[in-house]
Design a protein around this ligand. Structure first.
Ligand SMILES: [Zn+2]
Length: 289
């Protein structure tokens, strides 16, 4: 038969009195159950407390991180804005140079100047930053295009400058100018398509501009002749030489030695006959000296 009651004896220290309690088994079971529930609940609470305190630390850390990220974001926005301003200045300088070079404005110039105050919430701030970055990238592409165009233009200008005859091809003095004159041979009026520069035989003759020797031979009337093609429609002719010092197809620079003064062909004395032609039409070489 199962025991249903327990007797609990309590004997205080140094006393002879004994206290006795009768405890029912069922009550003891209840007490044990309640104690167990309390222990388990306490344990759960403790675990929850631990977790919460970890979360709290995490929250503080995240808050700190968020704060510094916000500051970082603001710094980014500010430096982006500075960049944008610099791009505007660059665009203005570019426009000035283009005006100086008489080039048209690059296309899509109207894209510049789009901006506005930064938005408040983070996602739109990031969208704004992205937009500004895209804009700056576009501006950079535009500037690059413009710079390349300018460089091409300047190179063309330089080549043109190098191709245009300049200076005296020989040291001497002008004895006959460009235009209609009485021919020293027939006595009749005849077009003189160049100028004559008197100089001793053997005096060096120099190229008047960069170019390629297109003719180097003896030609009736002209005697020993050098012709140089400078590009851009310009050609120069050096006639009556005593010696030719270049070959056809040879590349020459301005002031390169090409011949020596002489008296070959229809000539009445040692001199250089010098012609400048643009697209085949003789121009007055005096304008190029
Ligand atoms: Zn002449």
């Amino acid at each position: 038969m199962a025991v249903t009651k327990y007797t609990v004896l309590v004997i205080p220290e140094g006393s002879h009195r004994v206290r006795r309690f009768m405890v029912q088994r069922r009550l003891l079971q209840w007490v044990a159950a309640v104690a167990l529930v309390l222990v388990v609940a306490g344990g759960l609470l403790f675990v929850d407390y631990l977790r919460t305190s970890v979360d709290r630390n995490e929250l503080a850390r995240l808050r700190e991180q968020n704060h510094s990220q916000q500051k970082e974001l603001q710094r980014l926005i500010t430096s982006l804005d500075d960049l944008r301003k610099e791009m505007v200045v660059l665009a203005q300088n570019d426009a000035k140079v283009r005006v100086m070079a008489q080039l048209t404005r690059p296309k899509a110039e109207t894209l510049l100047g789009v901006g506005g105050p930064p938005e408040v919430d983070a996602t739109s701030e990031i969208t704004d930053i992205q937009r500004q970055i895209d804009q700056i990238r576009q501006d950079i592409d535009l500037r690059r295009e413009s710079q390349e165009e300018l460089r091409g233009f300047l190179n063309d200008q330089r080549s043109l400058l190098a191709a245009k005859p300049r200076g005296w091809p020989v040291k001497g003095w002008m004895t006959s100018s460009f235009g209609i004159r009485n021919s020293p041979f027939s006595g009749r009026l005849k077009m003189h398509e160049g100028i004559d520069i008197a100089a001793r035989t053997g005096t060096p003759v120099y190229a008047a501009a960069d170019g390629i020797v297109s003719q180097c031979e003896t030609v009736e009337g002209y005697g020993k002749l050098v012709a140089i093609d400078h590009g851009y429609g310009y050609k120069t002719y050096y006639a009556h030489n005593s010696k030719l010092l270049v070959k056809v197809g040879q590349r020459v620079k301005r002031n390169d030695l090409i011949a020596a003064v002489g008296n070959t062909g229809s000539s009445t004395g040692s001199h250089l006959h010098y012609e400048v032609r643009l697209n085949g039409i003789p121009l007055n070489p005096k304008k190029f000296l």
